[in-house]
Design a protein around this ligand. Structure first.
Ligand code: ZN
Length: 350
Protein backbone atom coordinates (compact mmCIF):
# COMPACT_ATOMS: atom_id res chain seq x y z
CA UNK A 1 0.00 0.00 0.00
CA UNK A 2 3.02 2.29 0.07
CA UNK A 3 4.02 4.68 -2.62
CA UNK A 4 0.83 6.70 -3.05
CA UNK A 5 1.48 9.14 -5.85
CA UNK A 6 -1.16 11.66 -4.76
CA UNK A 7 -2.89 12.56 -1.51
CA UNK A 8 -5.78 10.30 -0.57
CA UNK A 9 -8.12 11.06 2.27
CA UNK A 10 -10.81 8.85 3.70
CA UNK A 11 -13.29 9.19 6.52
CA UNK A 12 -15.02 6.41 8.37
CA UNK A 13 -18.78 6.43 7.92
CA UNK A 14 -19.40 5.20 11.46
CA UNK A 15 -17.96 8.40 12.86
CA UNK A 16 -19.09 9.41 16.30
CA UNK A 17 -18.49 12.68 18.08
CA UNK A 18 -16.06 12.42 20.97
CA UNK A 19 -13.98 15.10 22.61
CA UNK A 20 -10.75 13.16 23.14
CA UNK A 21 -9.44 12.82 19.60
CA UNK A 22 -5.74 12.29 18.86
CA UNK A 23 -3.61 12.37 15.78
CA UNK A 24 -1.06 9.81 14.66
CA UNK A 25 1.49 10.29 11.89
CA UNK A 26 3.59 7.55 10.36
CA UNK A 27 6.52 9.20 8.62
CA UNK A 28 7.97 6.83 6.05
CA UNK A 29 10.47 7.14 3.24
CA UNK A 30 7.69 6.81 0.65
CA UNK A 31 4.52 8.00 2.33
CA UNK A 32 3.20 10.05 5.21
CA UNK A 33 0.11 8.48 6.78
CA UNK A 34 -1.89 10.67 9.15
CA UNK A 35 -4.87 9.40 11.13
CA UNK A 36 -7.34 10.72 13.67
CA UNK A 37 -8.41 8.27 16.39
CA UNK A 38 -10.92 8.45 19.21
CA UNK A 39 -10.40 7.40 22.82
CA UNK A 40 -10.90 3.72 21.91
CA UNK A 41 -8.18 3.98 19.21
CA UNK A 42 -10.78 3.60 16.46
CA UNK A 43 -9.63 5.33 13.29
CA UNK A 44 -12.07 8.10 12.33
CA UNK A 45 -10.19 9.37 9.30
CA UNK A 46 -6.89 8.99 7.51
CA UNK A 47 -4.92 10.93 4.93
CA UNK A 48 -1.98 9.65 2.97
CA UNK A 49 0.50 11.95 1.27
CA UNK A 50 3.66 11.08 -0.65
CA UNK A 51 6.86 11.91 1.23
CA UNK A 52 8.73 14.67 -0.65
CA UNK A 53 11.65 13.06 -2.47
CA UNK A 54 13.65 16.30 -2.69
CA UNK A 55 14.15 19.39 -0.56
CA UNK A 56 14.76 19.00 3.14
CA UNK A 57 13.19 18.49 6.58
CA UNK A 58 11.08 21.67 6.32
CA UNK A 59 9.42 20.32 3.15
CA UNK A 60 8.71 17.01 4.84
CA UNK A 61 7.29 18.81 7.90
CA UNK A 62 5.07 20.91 5.60
CA UNK A 63 3.66 17.79 3.95
CA UNK A 64 3.07 16.21 7.37
CA UNK A 65 1.04 19.26 8.41
CA UNK A 66 -1.04 18.94 5.22
CA UNK A 67 -1.65 15.24 5.90
CA UNK A 68 -2.86 15.96 9.46
CA UNK A 69 -5.09 18.78 8.20
CA UNK A 70 -6.54 16.42 5.60
CA UNK A 71 -7.32 13.73 8.17
CA UNK A 72 -8.78 16.31 10.57
CA UNK A 73 -10.96 17.80 7.87
CA UNK A 74 -12.29 14.35 6.99
CA UNK A 75 -12.99 13.74 10.70
CA UNK A 76 -14.70 17.13 10.98
CA UNK A 77 -12.32 18.62 13.54
CA UNK A 78 -9.63 21.29 13.67
CA UNK A 79 -6.04 20.13 14.35
CA UNK A 80 -5.87 22.53 17.32
CA UNK A 81 -8.72 20.65 19.04
CA UNK A 82 -6.77 17.35 19.08
CA UNK A 83 -5.53 16.27 22.52
CA UNK A 84 -2.20 15.87 20.76
CA UNK A 85 -0.52 14.15 17.86
CA UNK A 86 2.14 11.47 17.90
CA UNK A 87 4.73 10.88 15.20
CA UNK A 88 6.56 7.68 14.38
CA UNK A 89 9.77 8.81 12.70
CA UNK A 90 12.88 7.15 11.32
CA UNK A 91 16.27 8.43 12.41
CA UNK A 92 17.61 9.21 15.85
CA UNK A 93 14.91 10.73 18.05
CA UNK A 94 15.30 12.93 21.09
CA UNK A 95 11.81 12.64 22.58
CA UNK A 96 12.46 15.31 25.22
CA UNK A 97 13.07 18.10 22.71
CA UNK A 98 11.34 16.64 19.64
CA UNK A 99 14.33 16.53 17.33
CA UNK A 100 14.99 14.00 14.57
CA UNK A 101 18.57 13.47 13.35
CA UNK A 102 20.16 11.46 10.54
CA UNK A 103 16.92 10.17 8.99
CA UNK A 104 18.70 8.87 5.92
CA UNK A 105 15.59 7.66 4.07
CA UNK A 106 14.26 11.25 4.07
CA UNK A 107 15.52 14.02 1.76
CA UNK A 108 18.35 16.22 3.05
CA UNK A 109 17.99 14.99 6.62
CA UNK A 110 21.60 14.29 7.61
CA UNK A 111 21.62 16.78 10.47
CA UNK A 112 19.25 17.43 13.36
CA UNK A 113 15.84 19.08 12.89
CA UNK A 114 13.34 20.22 15.50
CA UNK A 115 10.39 18.40 13.94
CA UNK A 116 8.26 18.36 17.11
CA UNK A 117 8.31 22.12 17.76
CA UNK A 118 7.78 22.83 14.04
CA UNK A 119 4.66 20.62 13.84
CA UNK A 120 3.40 21.90 17.17
CA UNK A 121 3.57 25.49 15.93
CA UNK A 122 1.76 24.72 12.66
CA UNK A 123 -0.90 22.41 14.07
CA UNK A 124 -1.55 24.20 17.33
CA UNK A 125 -1.53 20.95 19.29
CA UNK A 126 0.90 19.02 21.46
CA UNK A 127 3.25 16.78 19.42
CA UNK A 128 5.24 13.77 20.66
CA UNK A 129 7.86 12.05 18.50
CA UNK A 130 8.89 8.43 18.81
CA UNK A 131 10.90 5.88 16.84
CA UNK A 132 8.81 4.52 13.95
CA UNK A 133 9.69 0.87 14.52
CA UNK A 134 9.21 1.02 18.29
CA UNK A 135 5.78 2.71 18.02
CA UNK A 136 4.65 0.13 15.44
CA UNK A 137 5.80 -2.62 17.83
CA UNK A 138 4.03 -0.90 20.76
CA UNK A 139 0.82 -0.78 18.69
CA UNK A 140 1.03 -4.50 17.88
CA UNK A 141 1.66 -5.21 21.57
CA UNK A 142 -1.25 -3.09 22.81
CA UNK A 143 -3.82 -3.64 20.07
CA UNK A 144 -2.58 -6.07 17.43
CA UNK A 145 -1.11 -9.55 17.03
CA UNK A 146 1.02 -9.14 20.17
CA UNK A 147 -1.91 -8.78 22.57
CA UNK A 148 -1.62 -12.25 24.16
CA UNK A 149 2.07 -11.82 25.08
CA UNK A 150 4.08 -10.06 27.82
CA UNK A 151 7.27 -9.97 25.72
CA UNK A 152 7.83 -9.88 22.00
CA UNK A 153 10.09 -8.92 19.13
CA UNK A 154 8.67 -6.76 16.32
CA UNK A 155 10.42 -7.04 12.98
CA UNK A 156 9.50 -4.32 10.50
CA UNK A 157 10.51 -5.56 7.07
CA UNK A 158 10.51 -2.61 4.71
CA UNK A 159 13.01 -0.17 3.18
CA UNK A 160 15.30 -1.28 5.99
CA UNK A 161 14.72 -3.98 8.59
CA UNK A 162 13.90 -2.47 11.97
CA UNK A 163 13.31 -4.20 15.28
CA UNK A 164 11.28 -3.26 18.32
CA UNK A 165 11.36 -5.01 21.67
CA UNK A 166 8.84 -5.37 24.48
CA UNK A 167 10.30 -7.16 27.51
CA UNK A 168 8.02 -8.08 30.39
CA UNK A 169 5.39 -5.54 29.36
CA UNK A 170 7.73 -2.62 28.73
CA UNK A 171 9.46 -1.28 25.63
CA UNK A 172 13.20 -2.00 25.78
CA UNK A 173 15.18 0.75 24.06
CA UNK A 174 18.56 0.12 25.68
CA UNK A 175 20.52 3.36 25.78
CA UNK A 176 18.34 4.55 22.90
CA UNK A 177 19.76 2.36 20.17
CA UNK A 178 18.24 -1.07 20.88
CA UNK A 179 16.32 -3.09 18.34
CA UNK A 180 18.65 -2.71 15.38
CA UNK A 181 17.96 -6.26 14.28
CA UNK A 182 18.65 -5.32 10.65
CA UNK A 183 22.30 -4.98 11.54
CA UNK A 184 22.70 -8.40 13.11
CA UNK A 185 25.50 -10.06 11.14
CA UNK A 186 24.24 -13.04 9.15
CA UNK A 187 27.37 -13.42 7.02
CA UNK A 188 30.88 -12.41 8.12
CA UNK A 189 32.44 -10.21 5.42
CA UNK A 190 29.22 -10.53 3.40
CA UNK A 191 27.28 -8.06 1.27
CA UNK A 192 27.65 -4.32 1.87
CA UNK A 193 24.81 -2.92 3.98
CA UNK A 194 23.33 0.59 3.51
CA UNK A 195 24.85 1.29 6.97
CA UNK A 196 28.31 0.84 5.43
CA UNK A 197 29.15 -2.40 7.24
CA UNK A 198 29.22 -5.89 5.77
CA UNK A 199 27.05 -8.96 6.14
CA UNK A 200 24.13 -7.34 8.02
CA UNK A 201 20.70 -8.96 7.69
CA UNK A 202 19.47 -5.72 6.09
CA UNK A 203 22.09 -6.03 3.34
CA UNK A 204 20.07 -9.03 2.09
CA UNK A 205 16.54 -8.29 3.31
CA UNK A 206 16.08 -4.50 3.30
CA UNK A 207 14.12 -3.28 0.31
CA UNK A 208 16.67 -0.54 -0.46
CA UNK A 209 19.56 -3.03 -0.37
CA UNK A 210 17.53 -5.53 -2.43
CA UNK A 211 16.96 -2.82 -5.03
CA UNK A 212 20.69 -2.07 -5.18
CA UNK A 213 21.37 -5.81 -5.67
CA UNK A 214 18.72 -6.01 -8.37
CA UNK A 215 20.19 -3.02 -10.24
CA UNK A 216 23.62 -4.67 -10.18
CA UNK A 217 22.44 -8.12 -11.24
CA UNK A 218 20.13 -6.95 -14.03
CA UNK A 219 23.28 -6.51 -16.12
CA UNK A 220 23.80 -10.29 -16.16
CA UNK A 221 20.27 -11.51 -15.58
CA UNK A 222 17.05 -10.54 -17.32
CA UNK A 223 14.36 -9.22 -15.01
CA UNK A 224 10.95 -7.55 -15.25
CA UNK A 225 11.40 -5.70 -11.94
CA UNK A 226 12.24 -2.33 -13.45
CA UNK A 227 9.66 -2.72 -16.20
CA UNK A 228 6.98 -3.32 -13.55
CA UNK A 229 8.29 -0.31 -11.62
CA UNK A 230 7.78 1.92 -14.68
CA UNK A 231 4.37 0.39 -15.46
CA UNK A 232 3.25 1.31 -11.96
CA UNK A 233 4.61 4.84 -12.26
CA UNK A 234 7.22 4.35 -9.52
CA UNK A 235 10.79 5.54 -9.30
CA UNK A 236 11.90 2.83 -6.88
CA UNK A 237 11.12 -0.81 -6.24
CA UNK A 238 8.21 -0.48 -3.82
CA UNK A 239 6.67 -3.42 -1.99
CA UNK A 240 3.90 -3.60 -4.59
CA UNK A 241 6.49 -3.85 -7.37
CA UNK A 242 8.22 -6.76 -5.58
CA UNK A 243 4.84 -8.43 -4.97
CA UNK A 244 3.85 -8.11 -8.61
CA UNK A 245 7.20 -9.45 -9.84
CA UNK A 246 6.80 -12.44 -7.48
CA UNK A 247 3.34 -13.11 -8.92
CA UNK A 248 4.95 -13.16 -12.37
CA UNK A 249 7.61 -15.57 -11.01
CA UNK A 250 10.38 -13.25 -12.20
CA UNK A 251 13.52 -15.34 -11.65
CA UNK A 252 15.79 -12.60 -10.23
CA UNK A 253 12.99 -11.47 -7.91
CA UNK A 254 12.48 -15.00 -6.61
CA UNK A 255 16.24 -15.34 -5.98
CA UNK A 256 16.50 -12.02 -4.14
CA UNK A 257 13.41 -12.72 -2.01
CA UNK A 258 14.76 -16.21 -1.20
CA UNK A 259 17.99 -14.60 0.01
CA UNK A 260 16.00 -12.07 2.03
CA UNK A 261 13.93 -14.80 3.70
CA UNK A 262 17.09 -16.78 4.47
CA UNK A 263 18.74 -13.73 6.05
CA UNK A 264 15.61 -12.92 8.07
CA UNK A 265 15.49 -16.52 9.30
CA UNK A 266 19.12 -16.44 10.48
CA UNK A 267 18.92 -12.95 12.01
CA UNK A 268 15.60 -13.40 13.83
CA UNK A 269 16.57 -16.86 15.11
CA UNK A 270 19.82 -15.40 16.48
CA UNK A 271 17.85 -12.72 18.31
CA UNK A 272 15.55 -15.42 19.72
CA UNK A 273 18.55 -17.46 20.88
CA UNK A 274 19.58 -14.43 22.95
CA UNK A 275 16.19 -13.21 24.20
CA UNK A 276 13.86 -16.23 24.11
CA UNK A 277 10.75 -14.05 23.78
CA UNK A 278 7.57 -16.06 23.04
CA UNK A 279 6.52 -14.13 19.94
CA UNK A 280 7.87 -12.46 16.80
CA UNK A 281 5.58 -10.07 14.91
CA UNK A 282 6.43 -9.49 11.25
CA UNK A 283 5.29 -6.09 9.93
CA UNK A 284 6.69 -3.34 7.73
CA UNK A 285 5.76 -2.45 4.14
CA UNK A 286 7.14 -5.61 2.57
CA UNK A 287 6.10 -7.87 5.47
CA UNK A 288 2.50 -6.67 5.38
CA UNK A 289 2.35 -6.73 1.57
CA UNK A 290 3.74 -10.27 1.19
CA UNK A 291 1.69 -11.46 4.17
CA UNK A 292 1.09 -14.82 5.80
CA UNK A 293 2.77 -17.11 3.20
CA UNK A 294 6.05 -15.26 3.77
CA UNK A 295 5.64 -15.24 7.54
CA UNK A 296 5.42 -19.03 7.23
CA UNK A 297 8.57 -19.07 5.14
CA UNK A 298 10.45 -16.91 7.67
CA UNK A 299 9.32 -19.25 10.48
CA UNK A 300 10.70 -22.19 8.49
CA UNK A 301 13.96 -20.35 7.69
CA UNK A 302 14.47 -19.64 11.42
CA UNK A 303 14.16 -23.28 12.44
CA UNK A 304 17.67 -24.58 11.59
CA UNK A 305 19.23 -21.65 13.48
CA UNK A 306 17.20 -21.98 16.68
CA UNK A 307 19.17 -23.40 19.58
CA UNK A 308 15.97 -24.31 21.43
CA UNK A 309 14.55 -25.91 18.29
CA UNK A 310 11.90 -28.05 19.96
CA UNK A 311 10.08 -24.98 21.27
CA UNK A 312 10.15 -22.23 18.63
CA UNK A 313 8.45 -18.89 19.34
CA UNK A 314 5.17 -17.94 17.65
CA UNK A 315 5.87 -16.01 14.45
CA UNK A 316 2.90 -13.87 13.46
CA UNK A 317 1.89 -11.35 10.84
CA UNK A 318 1.29 -7.81 12.17
CA UNK A 319 -2.39 -7.52 13.04
CA UNK A 320 -2.82 -3.80 12.35
CA UNK A 321 -1.51 -3.95 8.79
CA UNK A 322 -0.39 -0.82 7.07
CA UNK A 323 -1.82 1.55 9.68
CA UNK A 324 0.03 0.05 12.66
CA UNK A 325 2.72 2.74 12.55
CA UNK A 326 0.17 5.58 12.62
CA UNK A 327 -1.86 3.90 15.38
CA UNK A 328 1.32 3.43 17.43
CA UNK A 329 2.15 7.11 16.89
CA UNK A 330 -1.30 8.08 18.19
CA UNK A 331 -0.65 5.94 21.30
CA UNK A 332 2.31 8.21 22.13
CA UNK A 333 0.01 11.03 23.19
CA UNK A 334 -1.82 9.08 25.86
CA UNK A 335 0.70 6.83 27.56
CA UNK A 336 -1.48 6.68 30.68
CA UNK A 337 -4.02 4.52 28.84
CA UNK A 338 -1.60 1.83 27.77
CA UNK A 339 -0.98 0.02 31.05
CA UNK A 340 -4.73 -0.06 31.75
CA UNK A 341 -5.51 -1.47 28.31
CA UNK A 342 -2.77 -4.00 28.88
CA UNK A 343 -4.04 -5.23 32.24
CA UNK A 344 -7.52 -5.94 30.97
CA UNK A 345 -6.07 -8.13 28.25
CA UNK A 346 -3.62 -9.92 30.49
CA UNK A 347 -6.66 -11.70 31.90
CA UNK A 348 -7.07 -13.35 28.50
CA UNK A 349 -3.99 -15.41 29.33
CA UNK A 350 -0.49 -16.19 28.04
ZN1 ZN B 1 24.03 -2.70 8.49
Amino acid sequence: MEGASKPRTTASRRRKVTPALRGGIDLGGTKIEAIVVDDTNTILASSRHPTPSSGGPADVAGEMVEAVKGACQAAGVEPATLVGSGVGSPGVIDEAVGTVSTARNLPGWEGSYALGPELQMNLGTHVVIGNDVQVATDAEFALGAGRPYRSLLGVMWGTGVGGGLILDGKPWVGRGGAGEIGHMVVEMGGARCPCGRRGCMEAYAGRAAMEARARKRQKEQRTDLFKIMKERGRTKLTSSVWARALERKDKLTVELIDEAVGALGAGIASAINLLDVPAVIIGGGLGVRLGEPYVKRIRKAMQPHLFNDTDPPDVLLAGLGDLGGAIGAALLVMPARRPAARRSRAAAGA
